[in-house]
Write a protein that binds this ligand. Structure first.
Ligand code: ADP
Ligand code: MG
Length: 474
């Protein structure tokens, strides 16, 4: 069996059904390690990746693998950090992943997409993180999302202009940029320009100052799609309004797409001429609203996938519940939590995110968390975490725990510890052995088996394990 070919085929098929290419990044460096006696072992380089893949795809992977290899009866997942090593030949590497994602060329600037631009227009980049895929519509904003999809499919045809409005941090910029990105994806040769209204005004003012309004007009006339964000800042700048009015008409008459956003509906825009606001009404006007709890949670989940991190659902729920006035603020809390996670290698907890929320917004009334809840939940992530916890519980030192010392009072804690690591972190016997002074995997297997047996009739062992699990929060 060509393990690599099978695995590549399975992941490629999985990617077709999940549809979200960022999911694929979780499979980077994974491999089929072994396939013997109907048991196939999949290796994933990190615990987080393993949990993510098991949580989401265990069933589907079983189906796909059994289609390819009908003899397989059971699939085991194992954390194997050595897969990160460059020379491992069986694993899925980044190149294969990008091929599956259908990426044709290497991006020159990370996260930015270069845009074909006529001379002299400066706004050149889109943030490629903002896509229509990563925008979670929810009930509140599905109309806005659908309108953007329609515009991206047929720019200049329907919903022209498209006018999105809504409060701060509800996703206007995201949708505007995502629509621009999608138009460029659908029509490679179209010229799409995104800019903020300030930038647009600056360009106009410069053009007027240097008496180059004609060339300014010519430049914009050649666009296929003009996107201007936050047009509430247009107010009371009459000469730029005048220019904008001309540009708008010119584009509109030539069936070029115009997309605008503002923090309020067209009629409430101060200082904007009536003739301009009434033109905005010729197309489609959609309001963005604050998403409900479920949608906010889904947004947080997408952001975690984008950052390739996993954070406890409980913590995400806590953020979604408490930061409920702006998606931007909510995402801000998450990004801070992720940064903290990356810097300190500590998992975000309800306590740490509630501190972050307080730092960002002192007046907020945080619900679902009380000061005395501090140690309510202890989260273990690594073998070391479990070893520390179990050593503490049995009041022995960590070095005794992992030593070769065969005293009876050390044997039980050690076996319990191995058993818990196996059960909670899903580690292989070999990896567990490494954490215990390089013990052989059969020793670990024997210890785990012993505890499993004792759990059935020894009340002390099952009491200890239950107490430890409770402390861990499971
Ligand atoms: P606005 O321009 O309305 O002030 P942004 O577009 O800057 O808001 O959105 C703020 C943040 O919230 C961005 O990170 C954006 O990706 C995110 N966001 C807002 N709404 C959604 C949504 N429905 N799905 C996914 N992300 C969202
Ligand atoms: Mg914005």
């Amino acid at each position: 069996m060509d393990k690599k070919a099978v695995w590549e085929g399975v992941v490629a098929r999985l990617s077709q059904t999940v549809g979200k290419s960022h999911i694929l990044s979780f499979f980077k460096d994974s491999a089929i390690l072994d396939n013997k006696d109907g048991i196939l072992t999949v290796g994933i380089p990190t615990i987080m990746g393993l949990q993510f893949i098991k949580d989401r795809f265990e069933k589907r992977l079983y189906e796909l693998i059994s289609e390819a290899l009908p003899d397989v009866k059971e699939i085991r997942y194992e954390v194997k950090s050595s897969l990160l090593d460059e020379e491992n030949v069986d694993k899925l590497d980044s190149r294969m992943i990008s091929e599956m994602e259908g990426k044709k060329s290497v991006r020159k600037v990370p996260n930015r997409q270069e845009v074909l631009m006529p001379d002299g227009i400066r706004s050149k980049m889109f943030n490629t993180q903002y896509t229509l895929d990563t925008f979670i519509p929810g009930n509140e904003n599905k109309l806005a999302h659908a309108a953007c999809m329609a515009v991206a499919a047929r720019p200049g045809n329907i919903y022209n202009p498209l006018f999105l409005f809504g409060g701060v941090g509800l996703g206007k910029t995201h949708l505007l940029q995502a629509t621009g990105n999608q138009i460029l994806k659908n029509f490679r040769d179209k010229t799409v320009v995104y800019m903020t209204s300030e930038r647009f005004i600056n360009e106009i003012v410069e053009a007027i100052g240097s008496r180059h309004t004609k060339s300014f007009k010519d430049r914009y006339r050649n666009l296929d799609c003009l996107i201007i964000d936050d047009i509430q800042f247009f107010g009371n700048k009459s000469s730029s309004q005048q220019e904008f009015f001309h540009t708008f008409n010119e584009l509109y008459d030539n069936k070029k797409q115009i997309i605008l956003s503002s923090d309020r509906p067209p009629n409430d825009l101060d200082g904007l001429e009536e003739r301009l606001t009434s033109r905005f009404g010729m197309g489609m006007i959609v309001e963005l609203l604050l998403p409900d709890f479920e949608t906010r949670l889904a947004i947080l989940n997408t952001k975690c996938s984008e950052h390739e991190v996993m954070i406890d659902r409980e913590v995400l729920e806590f953020i979604a519940f408490n930061v409920n006035n702006s998606v931007r603020e909510m995402v801000g809390v998450l990004v801070k939590a992720i940064a903290e996670w990356e810097l300190t290698k500590t998992t975000p907890t309800i306590k740490s995110v509630s501190d972050t929320i307080r730092r960002l917004n002192r007046n907020i009334d945080i619900k679902g968390y009380k000061q005395e809840d501090d140690s309510r939940k202890l989260i273990v992530r690594t073998n070391e975490d479990v070893i520390d916890l179990v050593a503490q519980y049995y009041k022995i030192t960590k070095s005794d725990m992992i030593s070769d010392d065969r005293r009876k009072e050390l044997m039980l804690p050690r076996q319990v510890c191995m058993y818990l690591i196996r059960e909670i972190l899903n580690q292989s016997y070999a990896t567990i052995g490494e954490s215990f002074s390089g013990r052989n995997h059969t020793t670990v297997m024997h210890s785990c088996g012993k505890i499993e047996k004792e759990l059935k009739d020894d009340t002390r062992v099952s009491r200890d394990i239950n107490a430890l699990k409770k402390e861990i929060g499971i």
